[in-house]
Design a protein around this ligand. Sequence first.
Ligand code: 13P
Ligand code: SF4
Length: 362
Amino acid sequence: MNALLDIPLVGNEKVPQELIDRISELKARLGSRVLIVGHHYQRDEVIAFADLTGDSLDLARKVADLHGVDFIVYCGVHFMAETADMLTPPEVQVILPDLRAGCSMADMATSDQVEDAWEVLGEATDEKIIPITYINSTATLKAFCGRHGGACCTSTNARSIVNWALEQGGKLLFFPDQHLGRNTCADLGVPLDDMVVFDPLKQDGGNELDAYARAKAILWKGHCSVHQNFMPNHPDIWRARDPEIRIIVHPECRHEVVLKSDVAGSTNMIIKTIAESPAGSRWAVGTEHHLVNRLKNSHPDKYITSLSPFACQCSTMFRISPEALVASLQNIADGTPENVIRVDDETRKWALLSLERMMEIR
Ligand code: 13P
Ligand code: SF4
């Protein structure tokens, strides 16, 4: 293999043995009352302690099926912990080890902005509009979709959910990720000219009202700050250097990047595709760098690298450190749990409707 191709991926941090011992000891002491959950983008030194790992859909399903657990320590980001709280009985307490672990994409659609947009769209058209929110959004926006006949989706099931919405006729409002919305609609045959971007920072979303009346899909101007870093020239650079390399990307990447990829799919799909590829396969992967690093380490018989020459790390996910994890476990052991994520009853009722629709639609 040409050494030039070997873009280094940043390694994991060495965790002091004393800290590892404390986490292990607390975990053993708390037993099955406490479950540690870790999203695939979490760093290895935290994933090492997870009882459950998965992508967003996996984790939502697994958490909804849990029994006999008092605490879930959620090593992911805020919207995931909120979702876990809503999908578990009220007596289960969900803890986010560091409250700064938010999601910049989820922050790009606030409740007020979406309510304002809904009013603008109501003025623009009498047609039915189905709102679909990516799971990467606040519980309030999931509740908005529940109240307005819409649903939630993840990157794994976006195709079925968007298809469900399109089949009802009318239009689709997809938020907060314009890229997942565009990639999914295009995959389902909606022409790019039938999609319009709503920019919440501009008057009337930045378009004449006619544009919304003509469009089939209205895409919110939001993005993932990690996946948007993969550029359309990255696949070209790799292919020029290595014609055999295969490009696999997450659908939060720009449409131009997805078009140039060999495979595009959710986190679980990326993991499965690479795992099932023959020894000697070569992959440039367009997703979060801790996952790419883990794939690289767990498949030494394959060549796996990031599609981007720059580390595309989810800096908010990275807030969950072994130190934060040990503090959460210690607080539970002391009977004073902190950073408990609780969604109020009214929001929960409506948001659950959009989550339940998501779970039902296959
Ligand atoms: P999935 O876990 O659905 O692939 O989503 C990726 C992501 O960006 C999570 O925040
Ligand atoms: Fe949000 Fe992107 Fe991080 Fe996922 S990877 S939590 S979408 S910023």
